[in-house]
Design a protein around this ligand. Structure first.
Ligand SMILES: *Cc1c(COP(=O)(O)O)cnc(C)c1O
Length: 382
């Protein structure tokens, strides 16, 4: 069993074997003649960007993608040399950092492109960028019908190098495929019109995780897996279509145990009242660790392979569980003790609680929970 961090008995465990296995699965799907750009934004979806980036580069990724300049700088400061693509255009005031730390931005506006070109040129350099095309998600990007015009407006600049062209899908993980096909069709036409106008699109890419699982026709020159790197499904649509191993689990140890008298309340608002003869145990993990407060009274945890209900309001840093020896008469519900291991997400004693189960109960998606769990808790790599 893995030791917990010295200072706190609640931690996130990251299974590095699972991360490697997921990358292998992706590589086998997309082949070796195209690039894999590992998406490690948001601290690698809560898994720890520096550790995950190093591991992904060792196990088959060619490049990394981040969402913000800070995230790119952090990787560079950790000594990572691989190309780093930023998936959005930062403010113009961030350009000196892009140059200093060699971060490749997505470009979506002429102003930004020309400023980048000016500053790169002033430094005696030519800076790469990837053109982001809006094919229908309508978040960011140059409208597909305006791409050629856009390139004509900036192509004179010797400080700029168009290294890649990409788009992003709004519905790659939905069962309905009409909108997806429309976006893919627009993307193909943009690339064709660029070539006809004598602009080399460079590395062409559009496939997120859902595309990698479902649509080989989207692979082009490079793919951009995020959630599947971490062993999670982009949505129910990909269940069963790819073999993934979840890398993140959440563990803690019981910090306190008592047997309240019948009718005693527990936690803020005393919303839970104790029946007689049950143990109420405290776990050192709360909503500041990503355990949604809205899950109060609606989630289970695992202790020695048995599911125990969380009870009362989830606090900022702690929550309580109930151990009722009479809850299931067919089983002997084992009593808990201070220091016992309790699993919030992951495997324990032959049973498993998944992030997807928790996301369903919380009315959100696994992406959001994984990001939140990585924030305050220590990460232990096994
Ligand atoms: C986050 C993101 C990805 C990765 O998405 P997943 O669904 O996690 O695979 C790929 N491309 C862009 C532009 C993104 O913002």
């Amino acid at each position: 069993m893995q030791d917990h961090p010295l200072e706190r008995a609640a931690w996130v465990e990251i299974d590095t074997k699972a991360l490697r296995a997921n990358m292998k699965e992706i590589r086998e799907r997309v082949g070796y003649d195209r690039q894999v750009c590992a998406v490690v934004k948001a601290d690698a979806y809560g898994h720890g960007a520096v550790e995950v980036a190093k591991l992904e580069l060792q196990s088959g990724a060619n490049r990394l993608a981040v969402a913000t300049v800070d995230e790119g700088v952090k990787l560079r400061k950790a000594g990572i040399k691989a190309p780093i693509l930023m998936l959005a255009e930062p403010p113009i005031s961030a350009i000196p950092l892009l140059l200093e730390y060699d971060i490749t931005p997505a470009v979506t506006t002429i102003d930004f492109a020309l400023s980048l070109g000016e500053m790169a040129d002033a430094a005696g350099r030519c800076h790469p960028f990837h053109l982001k095309v809006n094919t229908g998600m309508n978040r960011i990007g140059v409208l597909d019908s305006e791409v050629v015009e856009f390139l004509k407006a900036i192509s004179f600049h010797r400080g700029l190098e168009l290294q890649g062209t990409f788009t992003h899908f709004a519905t790659a993980d939905e069962s309905e495929t009409w909108d997806f096909k429309k976006q893919l069709d627009r993307f193909r036409k943009v690339i064709e019109s660029m070539r006809q106008a004598d602009f080399d699109p460079g590395i062409v890419h559009c496939a997120n995780s859902a595309c990698i699982v479902r649509y080989p026709e989207t692979y082009f020159d490079m793919v951009r897996p995020g959630i599947i790197l971490y062993g999670l499904h982009p949505s129910k649509v990909t269940y069963g279509a790819i073999d993934l191993q979840p890398a993140m689990s959440m563990q803690c140890e019981v910090t306190h145990v008592k047997t309240p008298a019948r009718g005693e309340g527990v936690s803020y608002g005393l919303k839970y009242r104790s029946p007689s003869g049950v143990q109420v145990a405290t776990l050192p993990i709360g909503y500041a660790d990503g355990l949604r407060r809205s899950l109060s009274g609606w989630m289970m945890v695992l202790h020695e392979g048995q599911r125990l209900p969380q009870v009362g309001t989830i606090c900022m840093d702690q929550c309580m569980i109930e151990v009722d020896p009479l809850r299931d008469v067919r089983k002997h519900i084992k009593p808990v003790h201070i220091g016992d291991r309790v699993t919030i997400v992951g495997c324990n004693g032959g049973d498993e609680l998944t992030l997807d189960m928790m996301a369903n109960a919380a009315g959100t998606i696994n992406y959001e929970l994984a990001c939140a769990f990585g924030k305050r808790m220590h990460k232990v790599y096994i």
